[in-house]
Design a protein around this ligand. Structure first.
Ligand code: AMP
Length: 270
């Protein structure tokens, strides 16, 4: 497995590889999985799907400062690079792009950004102003650098996935955006790097989020139930996306903010 800390080295490697395939007369299918590290089974499922559908899988690990709303949250974000590289290796990833410092990805000193004006303003966007501008900007940079055949994103961050799909369409990006199902713990809690920060007591309460949103039909009632249980709820709403109706939730336990969503279309819906 190759590990690149600079874009220059990454580009040389990728250029050579493509040249080799062109000479051999075949087309290289590249799968790309962008992450912020602290890898868990959710990320593993993305890497596995990419491996199954492509000749080559590239993983990126970059804790993007522009999508955090507070310095404290950025500082507290778990960083487990050694373990991440082991997981990536075990998953059969071919190359990891792990840009060292922000300068590599922001040669413009943060002066350019992508802003979506409608969907990005609600739900997560309303509670985390600027978050989606930062996310879309870094994803566009990464998609342009990697130029993959397919890029894999989790439905766990459903609004993010919808915005990336919209951006790919709006800017005629050639990479196909693939949404992958949310991977959950046995008790229903959606896997997330942030779960590591839950106290023992909070971890015991956390599965109630999924349980409540999937068993109480009325959104306002589900929200009230979570609040009675001690969650600080930012939103719990039913929203129609182009792919169908979904319920989205964001709620905190202590200072750990959890997000989740479920389809309201499938047989198992409320
Ligand atoms: P992150 O490292 O949190 O930015 O996530 C990187 C990618 O993994 C994003 O596309 C996430 O939606 C996806 N992801 C995170 N958690 C899960 C999960 N539990 N199941 C599936 N995908 C996930």
């Amino acid at each position: 497995m190759e590990v690149f800390k600079t874009l220059a080295e990454f580009r040389v490697w990728k250029g050579r590889l493509e040249e080799h395939y062109i000479k051999a007369g075949s087309r290289l299918r590249i799968g790309f999985v962008p992450t912020m590290g602290a890898l868990h089974e959710g990320h593993v499922s993305l890497m596995q799907q990419s491996r199954a559908e492509n000749d080559l899988t590239i993983l990126s690990i970059f804790v993007n400062p522009t999508q955090f709303n507070s310095v404290e949250d950025l500082k507290q974000y778990p960083r487990t690079t050694g373990q991440d590289l082991e997981i990536a290796h075990r998953c059969g990833v071919d190359a990891v792009l792990i840009p060292h410092g922000s300068e590599e990805l922001y040669p413009d000193y943060f002066s350019y950004q992508v802003t979506e004006k409608v969907l990005s303003k609600s739900f997560e966007g309303e509670h985390r102003p600027g978050h989606f501008d930062g996310m879309l900007t870094v994803v566009l940079k990464l998609l342009n650098l990697v130029r993959a055949t397919k890029a894999y994103f989790g439905e766990k961050d459903f609004q993010q996935l919808a915005l990336i799909e919209g951006m790919a369409k709006a800017f005629f990006l050639e990479t196909e955006i693939v949404g992958c199902p949310t991977v959950r713990e046995e008790d229903g809690l959606a896997m997330s790097s942030r779960n590591l920060r839950l106290s023992k007591q909070e971890r015991m309460l956390a599965p109630k989020l999924f349980n409540t949103m999937t068993t109480i039909v009325d959104a306002a009632e589900a929200r009230a139930e979570l609040e009675r249980d001690g969650f600080k709820v930012d939103y719990l709403v039913d929203h129609v996306f182009s792919s169908g109706k979904r319920r989205l939730v964001a709620a905190s336990l202590g200072d750990v903010r959890l997000i989740d969503n479920v389809s309201l279309e499938s047989e198992s819906s409320l």
